[in-house]
Design a protein around this ligand. Structure first.
Ligand SMILES: *[C@@H]1O[C@H](CO)[C@@H](O)[C@H](O)[C@H]1NC(C)=O
Ligand SMILES: *[C@@H]1O[C@H](CO)[C@@H](O)[C@H](O)[C@H]1NC(C)=O
Ligand SMILES: *[C@@H]1O[C@H](CO)[C@@H](O)[C@H](O)[C@H]1NC(C)=O
Ligand SMILES: *[C@@H]1O[C@H](CO)[C@@H](O)[C@H](O)[C@H]1NC(C)=O
Ligand SMILES: *[C@@H]1O[C@H](CO)[C@@H](O)[C@H](O)[C@H]1NC(C)=O
Ligand SMILES: *[C@@H]1O[C@H](CO)[C@@H](O)[C@H](O)[C@H]1NC(C)=O
Length: 929
């Protein structure tokens, strides 16, 4: 049906699609219908990857973005009840003695489960129904170890499981645990393994037991990675312990187990990691390593590889890390035996002060070389000239003061050069001339005071540049027009000596970290036509925003992400203009309290109506009012961080129907006042809004109140319960229900039509269809079945009767004017859009009936969401307590006195009524034009 109407609507197709999508989204949301759970964060990391910076939550795996992270879990069922069903990542921290059968059965899309639940009883059916689960972690972070018992078949149902991890647990009493065939990574970290044989008892599938007869061979899964790091008692590894295990990676970091003890059991090992095991020598020669491609020996005590007379046969080695050892010279003989080496990490050793690389030292395949933090002072001419394939060279954190083109000779394919945090004082002209393929250059932390584009000439492909110096840096032309990302840091000042032309035509990411930004001459402007992401850190607004505005005075037509983190406590005025595509705005330390923060926010946000994410940190906001946010129609995430004595005006409630899906309060204290008592109901019951952080928020009665009263306990003890919010909430809940019910083929079709209409008029306006004066109907009459008789017999005849006796108004009555069939919806859309006003007939009965009540609530919602589109008129057939009406519908703000018609006094004065009605209709017509 939808399809049909869409095709018929032709040019309105776009609108229809939008409406359809909205309905679809809402209906999909219903499946993940949830309200905030105390102590849980629900987040969508696609929307705002930086959320973890403000609110710590469990780490994510790339590709997964919908997550729920709950702490202090005590009652698992209660907690999980409110976690959205479609969550992909679930992290639980707390004390849960038992994980019952089918504990996670609701979460069909769950892919990652991280459990920090102390000692917990797991049944064989606990993980039932988790077909999609790929990662499961059991973690305990206090000192080793807790005991965990796993029933043998508890993982059987996890058909997609690829990664299983235990950290801080002893599995002493478990045995014969079945591992799904999909398993690739198995981790037993920080546990109490003493022998590798124990693995055999735990996971008989994993190893081909040396003793088992050849033909009773169990299934041998192809495990890619086994991580046994930090099993501090793992001292013995017998020759045959891992015999038969087909394994690509073995990680033994932090164990007392030396690779020396490992034997030829691991025939196909590709990666061996022995970080922090106290090794002083290279693992001895064993034939078992002939296939080894990667070896990580970081954080050990290796001083001199020359001592090893007998080099192991690492013929296939491609990656070697000797990061953080005690090397004082390059292990020349050893490196010569590695013909396949592609990546060598020698960072944090003592190779300095002069780097000498003899010819033929490295394999000609070497692509990545890390020599950071080696106290190198001098890079002699041609030092790298034998590394013709090198693509990445890291020399960060050394003591290099100058580099010439001769030093970097021969690096024809070098793409990345990291020279950050050296003592670079001069860059000789043409020093990059031998690096034609360079794309990424890091010069943060230099001692340069000025840098000119001329010094960076040579590489034609330079795209990513980082420059830094303290305390100030002058940037001279000519500039590099092909740059895609640029970061500049200087403590006090960055000054751009502006070139002519368009120096930053392609720049997408710009990060400036400094107090003051200057342009010289200050009448010039710079264009950033492609800028998508602008980060300003440490900016001092003491030097006024006018500087900033001069700097970014042009349109930033494609800017999507703006991050401003100031460095002073003075009040500021910030204006965001010419950023029509801004999607994410992060502001920190912009002290807004100086005048009226509400006003400032309002002014600021009015200019960025497309905003989806707003994160405000240390803003000294003090007061929040609905007016600040009303221009933000598509806001999805709102975050307040580190705000003190925040007040939220009670009118904030009006925003609820449009409240963003994710609202986070991180380290926010409130003022103790009853005006905010709606917050609790909202936070715990708000439909489809995930509110985080209120239950822990405290409030302060005054500046010297250090009693740390919890906000909600203040409300509970001091504020009378208000039904207001509940009324509003129920209506909103019903609204969502009504959207869904027809879609799941409920028979209340008329409600769908009404709703459809409302949405349509909404979008109609939004999509730019304006119906200038083209009204087919004067009044769309909405009434309850109970009042139908009165409407049809009394009201309609008077209004419809032709003048002079009657008014001759064109009325639209859904039940009368539309036939049954497919066209009904379309005629509904059209007629609602073509009615001057909507008249609701109200009686006590109507208000008491949820369905009747709903229409009015929908209209209210409509008024709140899009004031000025339809005129809403209320007709009272019975004396009603308006107070009650107000409190339920919050209409007072939107309706004027003339919008009420009171016909409850028995005898109806039709003449007066009609006069009044016509006056309102005229007004409605004018407003809509
Ligand atoms: C994002 O988070 C990081 C820390 O994780 C922080 O340093 C940074 O300032 C934040 N903002 C942006 C725009 O990167
Ligand atoms: C786990 O279950 C066993 C029996 O099923 C019971 O004896 C034990 O007390 C339980 N442990 C906890 C922590 O509830
Ligand atoms: C070298 O190893 C250290 C420590 O693991 C790491 O931080 C660094 O990124 C590595 N260097 C390269 C080029 O991968
Ligand atoms: C770095 O070089 C300077 C001279 O350029 C010297 O004074 C300083 O001691 C060196 N630092 C280290 C750690 O070698
Ligand atoms: C390298 O720099 C020297 C001056 O230091 C210069 O004479 C020479 O032409 C430069 N080489 C190239 C290829 O630019
Ligand atoms: C800009 O920054 C974002 C976020 O850090 C990154 O994902 C993107 O690749 C960057 N773009 C360029 C051209 O460097």
């Amino acid at each position: 049906m939808l399809k049909e109407s869409m095709s018929r609507m032709g040019r309105h197709q776009f609108c229809s699609v939008l409406i359809f999508l909205i309905l679809l989204t809402l209906s999909l949301n219903l499946t993940g219908w949830a309200w905030t759970t105390p102590d849980c964060i629900i987040a969508d990391s696609l929307l705002f990857p930086n959320l973890s910076y403000y609110i710590p939550f469990c780490t994510l795996v790339p590709g997964l973005h919908l997550l729920a992270s709950c702490s202090n879990v005590k009652n698992i069922n209660q907690t999980l009840e409110r976690v959205p069903k479609n969550t992909e990542v679930l992290c639980l921290q707390g004390m849960v003695p038992t994980l019952p059968a089918n504990a996670f059965g609701r979460f069909h899309s769950l892919q990652l489960l991280r459990l920090q639940l102390g000692t917990t009883n797991i049944t064989s059916r606990t993980f039932q129904g988790l077909d999609q689960l790929q990662y499961i972690f059991f973690e305990h972070h206090a000192p080793c170890c807790l005991s965990l018992f796993l029933p043998p078949n508890c993982l059987e149902s996890l058909r997609s499981l690829s990664s299983l991890s235990f950290q801080g647990y002893c599995l002493t009493y478990s045995q014969s645990i079945y591992l799904p065939t999909s398993l690739r990574h198995l981790t037993l970290r920080n546990g109490c393994l003493t022998k590798l044989q124990e693995l055999h008892r735990l996971f008989p599938d994993l190893l081909l037991s040396a003793s088992s007869a050849p033909n009773t061979k169990p299934r041998a899964p192809f495990l890619e990675m086994l991580d046994l790091s930090y099993n501090l008692q793992l001292k013995q590894a017998g020759v045959r312990d891992l015999y038969g295990l087909t394994l690509h990676s073995l990680i033994l970091d932090g164990t007392p187990l030396r690779a020396l003890d490992l034997s030829s059991g691991l025939l196909h090992l590709h990666f061996l990691s022995l970080v922090g095991t106290g090794i002083e020598k290279l693992p001895a020669s064993v034939t078992g390593y002939s296939e080894l491609r990667a070896l990580d020996l970081g954080k050990n005590q290796i001083q001199n590889i020359l001592e090893n007379r007998d080099f192991p046969g690492y013929k296939a080695l491609e990656f070697l890390s000797l990061h953080d050892n005690h090397l004082q010279s390059l292990p020349i003989r050893f490196l010569r035996t590695l013909p396949q080496l592609q990546k060598l990490n020698l960072s944090v050793n003592n190779l300095g002060p002069i780097l000498e690389i003899p010819e033929g030292l490295f394999s000609t395949n070497l692509k990545v070389l890390d020599l950071s933090h080696n106290q190198l002072c001098d890079v002699p001419h041609g030092a790298f000239s034998f590394l013709s394939q090198l693509q990445e060279l890291r020399l960060s954190g050394n003591n290099i003061s100058s580099l010439s083109n001769e030093s970097l000779q021969g690096l024809r394919w070098l793409r990345t050069l990291d020279l950050s945090w050296n003592q670079i004082k001069v860059l000789k002209p043409g020093w990059l001339s031998h690096l034609p393929a360079l794309t990424t250059l890091n010069l943060l932390g230099t001692s340069l005071e000025r840098i000119s584009g001329r010094q960076l000439q040579g590489p034609k492909m330079l795209r990513h540049l980082q420059l830094g110096s303290s305390p100030m840096l002058d940037i001279y032309p000519p500039w590099l027009p092909m740059l895609l990302s640029l970061e500049i840091q200087a403590e006090t000042c960055i000054e751009f000596m502006i070139p002519s032309g368009e120096p930053f035509l392609l720049l997408e990411n710009l990060t400036l970290e400094t107090s003051v930004l200057l342009l010289k001459p200050d009448t010039t402007t710079i264009h950033f036509p492609s800028l998508r992401r602008l980060t300003l850190r440490g900016y001092s607004f003491t030097f006024s925003t006018s500087q900033l505005q001069r700097f970014f005075s042009q349109q930033l037509p494609v800017l999507e992400h703006l991050f401003i983190w100031c460095d002073n406590s003075n009040a500021i005025d910030l204006h965001l203009f010419g950023m029509p595509r801004l999607r994410v705005l992060e502001l920190g330390y912009l002290n807004f309290f100086y005048e009226s923060s509400t006003m400032k926010l309002e002014v600021l946000l009015k200019e960025v109506p497309q905003l989806q994410v707003l994160a405000l940190s240390h803003m000294n906001l003090r007061n929040l009012s609905v007016s600040s946010f009303k221009s933000l129609q598509v806001l999805k995430l709102l975050l307040f961080n580190s705000e003190r004595t925040l007040e939220m005006n009670s009118n904030f409630q009006e925003l609820i129907p449009q409240m963003p899906q994710y609202v986070y309060f991180s380290d926010v204290t409130f003022t103790c006042q009853c005006e905010t008592s709606w917050l609790e109901s909202w936070a715990t019951r708000a439909p489809n809004t995930f509110v985080y952080g209120l239950e822990k928020s405290i409030c302060m009665a005054n500046a010297s109140d250090y009693s740390k009263t919890l906000l909600f306990s203040f409300h509970a003890t001091n504020c009378p319960h208000s039904t207001e919010f509940w009324g509003f909430l129920t209506s909103f809940t019903l609204l969502l229900l009504v959207i869904i019910l027809p879609l799941v083929s409920c028979h209340k079709w008329s409600w769908l039509h009404h709703l459809w209409t409302l949405f349509h008029t909404c979008w109609w306006k939004l999509c730019g269809h304006r119906l200038r004066g083209q009204f087919n109907y004067d009044v769309f009459i909405s009434y309850c079945e109970e009042d139908q008789a009165w409407v049809l017999e009394e009201l309609v005849p008077v209004l419809e009767k032709a003048p002079p006796e009657g008014e001759g108004l064109r009325l639209c009555l859904p039940d009368r004017d539309f036939g049954i069939g497919n066209d009904r919806m379309e005629s509904m859309i059209a007629s609602m859009g073509k009615s001057r006003a909507m008249l609701c007939v109200l009686t006590g009965q109507a208000l008491a009936s949820p369905w009747c009540n709903l229409e009015l609530r929908l209209a209210t919602y409509h008024l709140v969401a899009k004031p000025g589109t339809t005129r809403l008129l209320l007709l009272f057939l019975e004396p009603l307590n308006r107070q009650r009406l107000h409190s339920y519908h919050r209409l007072s703000r939107w309706l004027q006195k003339e919008d009420y018609f009171d016909l409850s006094q028995g005898k109806v004065e039709w003449k007066t009524f009609c006069e009044q009605l016509k006056r309102q209709l005229r007004k409605a017509g004018q407003e809509r034009d």
